[in-house]
Design a protein. Structure first.
Length: 147
């Protein structure tokens, strides 16, 4: 849905980017950009509540089995989010920020461990202050090459 909308909003006089990522201008497409950011914020909030409830269910079960057990939230951050950074926006899909000194979660899978690290804040053309969060992913996202 959103990739199609971004593609449709792309200026017809410009060639489509090879990456199939269509950056949108807030000045040229304010309603579309704001609508996207609102939808993404809603999804991030849903994900936060879902993780919070799952963690509480785990705590509840741990206390049933082991008695009074402390299980505090260490860190939580969605890995699909657009955040304002500097004068612009950075959209991370399957990644979380890894700014200097910031906690970074690199999730594993059922067969691989997860890691809680500290961001180094390294910036390059390949790593714009982020850490991957799609451990084990071997295929591109569904329909990522459309448009």
């Amino acid at each position: 849905m959103w990739p199609d909308r971004a593609c449709e909003a792309w200026p017809k006089t410009l060639k489509h980017p090879e990456s199939r990522l269509f950056p949108l201008s807030v000045a040229a497409n304010p309603e579309l950009v704001n609508s996207y950011l609102q939808a993404e914020a809603t999804a991030a909030n849903y994900g936060f509540i879902n993780r919070l409830l799952l963690a509480e269910l785990l705590r509840w079960r741990l206390r049933q089995v082991f008695g009074d057990v402390e299980a505090p939230l260490v860190y939580d951050l969605p890995h699909n989010i657009t955040l304002g950074e500097g004068a612009g926006w950075v959209t991370r899909k399957g990644a979380c920020p890894a700014h200097s000194g910031q906690p970074v979660i690199v999730p594993g899978s059922m067969g691989a461990p997860s890691y809680l690290l500290v961001g180094k804040g390294e910036r390059s053309i390949f790593a714009i202050g982020f850490s991957p969060c799609s451990s084990g992913a071997i295929a591109l996202r569904y329909k990522s090459q459309r448009c």
